[in-house]
Write a protein that binds this ligand. Structure first.
Ligand SMILES: [Zn+2]
Ligand SMILES: [Zn+2]
Length: 385
């Protein structure tokens, strides 16, 4: 049974460490070789019949039946660019599905259409529609370097004590991009927070306060026993240092050999990865996110061809608005820690409830607590919790 499991794992690629650059080189040369004209393939059907071990007339019949031409109907444009120019629905079709489509296109003109759809939706993850681009629309210096490799990576929200992995966003990244490109596109509420206890200054406006991501820029990825530290700024911290020190002091034969590298000097091509295996992204001290590579393939013509669009976000997760624990209506603006007046710690509160509960008429604190400003990113994808 175990041997069978092992062979199944090997067949599915699970447990196999893949070097992205080697994968790219081997598949790119394979695809290049296949795209070369081969003399025997002058008559394609004879070649296919030979490869499949079937008679030539059967190959010809299959070729006709499976031809791309059978997928077209009427005067449908053959070219992708012409297809993009098609606007409106055919007027002479009396189909229910066309009527529904017409009604939906009308609704899309609504200002808050996105919110309307999300409220109706059962699921809280939206796939981002990939708009096909014509190569003419892209500046020549912005074209994606070809050939290239594309990795699909899922970045989960910050880790909590819950046993279930939190939701997350999915990105497409290019092999030729540095790891820092992905790091800079990860959105986390800890990055937008303002560091420090503001319980003595409850009326300080948010304007002019620096978000934590502009003050604390350190970050680390841990992939296949290698720590990749963001050291772009001179005062960035090496998060791997205490871990490596601890591993050295508590040396154990089961520990693998840990390595470390700079995030900004490492391309995705330089990585060794396993598909489906959870890796770590850590920032803002102890904010941990699980990241998982779910796919690795060559770049193709249906991928975005503008290099500035990468990392390309493939899905967006609906964020629930955190509401005040007291009035249960307004958005939370404060996180209160260690207060004897709140039912829990930390406790999320709106500004009015927070000040009414914790300060007297002279604006003085009436008990000991710490209060941190809470700034949740708001937008059309945020819902009431
Ligand atoms: Zn985070
Ligand atoms: Zn409130």
């Amino acid at each position: 049974m175990e041997a069978q499991d092992e062979s199944e794992r090997e067949e599915s690629g699970l447990g196999t460490v893949i070097n992205v650059r080697k994968f790219f080189q081997s598949w790119d040369s394979e695809v290049t070789a296949l795209s070369q004209p081969i003399p025997e393939r002058k008559n394609n059907n004879v070649y296919i019949a030979g490869q499949m071990g079937i008679p030539t007339d059967l190959a010809e019949e299959l070729s006709n039946v499976c031809s791309m031409d059978t997928l077209k109907c009427g005067d449908e444009p053959a070219d992708k660019d012409d297809l993009l120019k098609m606007k409106g629905l055919p007027k002479d079709l009396d189909l229910t599905c066309v009527k529904y489509q017409e009604r939906d296109l009308e609704r899309r003109k609504m200002v808050d259409y996105k919110l309307f759809v999300i409220n109706k939706m059962k699921y809280r993850v939206l796939d981002v529609v990939q708009v096909p681009q014509s190569l003419n629309e892209i500046a020549p210096d912005k074209n994606v370097p070809h050939p290239n490799v594309v990795l699909t990576v899922k970045v989960h929200r910050q880790r909590t004590k819950a046993a279930i992995l939190p939701k997350g966003e999915v990105f497409l990244v290019l092999g030729t991009q540095p790891l820092t490109d992905l790091k800079d596109n990860i959105v986390c509420v800890k990055d937008d927070a303002v560091a420090g206890d503001f319980s003595d200054f409850p009326h300080v406006s948010n304007e002019g306060l620096t978000p934590a991501k502009h003050t604390y820029k350190s970050g680390m990825l841990f992939i296949e026993n290698t720590f990749y530290n963001d050291m772009r700024e001179a005062d960035n911290r090496d998060y791997s240092e205490p871990i490596l020190k601890w591993a050295k002091e508590n040396d154990h034969e089961s520990y693998p050999e840990f390595r470390k590298a700079k995030m900004e000097d490492t391309l995705f091509l330089d990585l060794n990865i396993q598909l489906g295996v959870p890796y770590l992204y850590q920032h803002q001290g102890n904010c941990e996110h699980v990241i998982i590579f779910t796919d690795l393939r060559l770049l193709h013509c249906d991928d975005p061809q503008d290099v500035t669009m990468y990392p390309f976000q493939l899905s967006e997760t609906v964020t629930r608005r955190i509401i005040c624990r007291s009035c249960m209506m307004d958005s939370a603006k404060w996180v209160v820690h260690d207060s004897q007046l709140t039912p829990e710690s930390p406790c999320f509160m709106c500004h009015t409830c927070f000040t009414l509960l914790h300060y007297d008429q002279n604006g003085q604190k009436i008990c000991n607590f710490q209060a941190y400003k809470y700034r949740q990113k708001t937008g059309p994808l945020n819902l009431c919790a």
